[in-house]
Design a protein around this ligand. Structure first.
Ligand SMILES: Nc1ncnc2c1ncn2[C@@H]1O[C@H](COP(=O)(O)OP(=O)(O)O)[C@@H](O)[C@H]1O
Ligand SMILES: [Mg+2]
Length: 360
């Protein structure tokens, strides 16, 4: 049954994703309560209520559970046991199973392979021997990644068998933190899909976005992606399988490597709204943010078809100074996240520029 209009939705995390979720919720009649340890978090100024406390603070979580009818998150490193405790009291969407799967790259990649979905080859690494053997197996090139807590390319070392310094750096990381080595994928493009599932199992999937990363951080997304109909269908089939197998509720994002022959390898998934889905706000009637709110409140899902082509570009650090120029661009939406300090590489905002879909 749908959650009544005017009810509170609890959001763990008050960054830009929480902010855009809160704005979408307000527009369709829901109030939000945000939990974040940082005073002045971007989402606070657009939410009905907020709590400044650690994400796993028992008292804060109790407050959230008492005031809200459903809990969601804007990032995947929420404490799983805290969510499990909440789940016994009220719906947490997506559930702790999706969180737990996405938090550990070894568990995540094994989950995909068990579903028959291909990923880059990978190995659990804890010693120099593990690393050297896996590198040999993967043709001499790979990326060592911490199993947990990596984001925006952090917690990764690019390793090459012929580059001694890269091996030493990788051994150092692997001996101190649980890591995996992935074979280096010579991809042609990176693409991602944003998909939603409702509590009753309805599924809606947005079109594939083509993403460019710089220094491990998303720089731009272009829609449509340069991919054949067969590749697009393959991405949809994979998203569908993942949503069903996790009995997922809400928005899920999957990042892929697109190979020269048109096949896809899954890189990772995020159990939340995603930077590579920001384009939906400008190019679809119902954005990823509204779709997530619709899914978790058990309202009808919106149609995911796009009415326009779109390019989304992030404003990192000082890029935010381009805002006055962006406001003058035609067919362009600007989002600023309300962060005070424009540190290097920090996501300060983004813009989306739409253009007509050309007939073939
Ligand atoms: N196995 C790989 N082969 C080639 N490039 C990779 C591989 N893994 C990651 N990358 C590159 O690094 C970027 C960040 O890695 P990712 O695993 O997505 O970590 P994060 O959690 O930081 O987003 C990817 O978008 C891709 O450009
Ligand atoms: Mg990634």
């Amino acid at each position: 049954m749908a959650i009544a209009s005017g009810s509170h939705i609890g959001i763990i995390g008050g960054g830009q994703l929480g902010r855009m979720l809160a704005m979408a919720a307000a527009r369709i009649g829901y109030k939000t309560m945000i939990l974040d340890p940082a005073e002045g978090s971007p989402a606070f100024e657009v939410a009905d209520k907020h709590i400044v406390a650690k994400y796993d603070d028992p008292e804060a979580l109790k407050q959230l559970a008492e005031a809200c009818f459903v809990i969601t998150y804007e990032f995947e490193n929420v404490d799983v046991s805290a969510v499990e405790a909440l789940e016994s009291r009220l719906p947490c969407r997506p559930g702790s199973n999706a969180l737990a799967t996405s938090q550990d790259r070894l568990v995540e990649k094994t989950f995909f392979n068990d579903l028959g979905i291909e990923t880059a080859p990978f190995k659990d690494i804890s010693s120099r021997d593990d690393l050297v053997n896996a590198l040999d197996e993967f043709g001499g090139k790979g990326i060592l990644k911490t199993r947990r807590l990596g984001y925006d390319g952090k917690g990764q070392v690019r390793v090459n068998r012929d580059d001694k310094a890269s091996i030493e750096e990788a051994v150092d990381l692997a001996e101190n933190t649980s890591c995996i080595l992935e074979g280096f994928v010579p991809f042609e493009r990176e693409v991602s899909v944003i998909a939603a599932r409702s509590p009753s199992g309805k599924i809606a999937i947005f079109d594939l976005a083509e993403n460019i990363h710089k220094d491990g951080i998303l720089f731009s997304s272009t829609i449509p992606a340069q991919a054949t109909e067969a590749t697009q269908n393959n991405a949809r089939t994979i998203a569908d399988k993942v949503l069903r197998s996790l009995e997922y509720v809400g928005i899920l994002a999957i990042e892929f490597f697109l190979l020269e022959d048109g096949s896809l390898l899954v890189n990772e998934f995020a159990p939340r709204v995603h930077n590579s889905g920001h384009w939906t706000e400008a190019a679809c009637t119902v954005s990823q943010f509204e779709q997530h709110i619709r899914a978790i409140t058990d309202q009808p899902l919106g149609n995911p078809d796009r009415h326009s082509n779109c390019v989304m570009q992030n404003l990192l650090g000082d890029d935010v100074n381009q805002a006055p120029r962006i406001l003058e661009m035609p067919q362009t939406m600007l989002h600023l996240y309300g962060k005070e300090e424009a540190r290097d590489g920090r996501k300060m905002g983004h813009f989306t520029k739409i253009s007509p879909i050309k007939a073939d």
